[in-house]
Design a protein around this ligand. Structure first.
Ligand code: FES
Length: 178
């Protein structure tokens, strides 16, 4: 019995040939093939899962656009609203008072008219082209509904308009700052 057999050292290669045997059962091309297959399976699974999880949002977005197209409420004929005048209406429900203004510059602006302070009605002040809440002297910018002065801190909800055949319609509403 020679010295090496009496006390073998574990994991110590005996020769360069032993090292080659350790790796010869790992085929590089098989390894790549299996890794690629596993990756593709994971990628496809993740894509399907992501698609399914976002499906409700896609359906809602589709239906939401469709509902917007249906919601078209007539406000007034344009020839009965000369520049520098306003008219009240309700939108989107009968309980939501609103104000449409034809500005002196010829633009159409509409907002829900309940003041964002304590809900008093807001009026169009022709001389200074602002929206005024007389309850506590709150002022709103006619161009964007932002509060200008007084107690109100939030914008008036903006009503989106469309003119078709010289008739003004409300087609949607944007509530900014909740
Ligand atoms: S309710 Fe409009 S300013 Fe107070």
């Amino acid at each position: 019995m020679n010295e090496e057999n009496k006390c073998p050292k574990r994991n110590k290669p005996k020769s360069q040939d032993d090292m080659i045997q350790l790796t010869e059962n790992v085929n590089r091309f098989d390894d790549l093939k299996f890794n690629r297959r596993a990756f593709l399976k994971t990628a496809v699974g993740a894509t399907v899962a992501l698609g399914l999880s976002t499906l409700p949002f896609s359906v809602k977005a589709f239906l939401g656009d469709f509902e917007d197209e249906k919601e078209l409420v007539e406000i007034v004929k344009l020839d009965s609203l000369p520049p520098g005048s306003s008219v009240t209406f309700n939108y989107p429900t009968e309980n939501d008072p609103a104000l449409l203004v034809h500005t002196k510059a010829g633009e159409l602006k509409a907002y829900n008219s309940a003041c964002t302070h304590l809900m008093c009605p807001v009026f169009y002040e022709k001389e200074s082209e602002v929206l005024l809440c007389p309850c506590h002297k709150g002022y709103f910018d006619l161009n964007n509904g932002h509060p200008l002065a007084g107690p109100p801190q939030r914008e008036l909800p903006l009503i989106e308009l469309e003119v078709q055949n010289e008739v003004v319609y409300a087609v949607g509403r944007k509530i900014r700052h909740g």
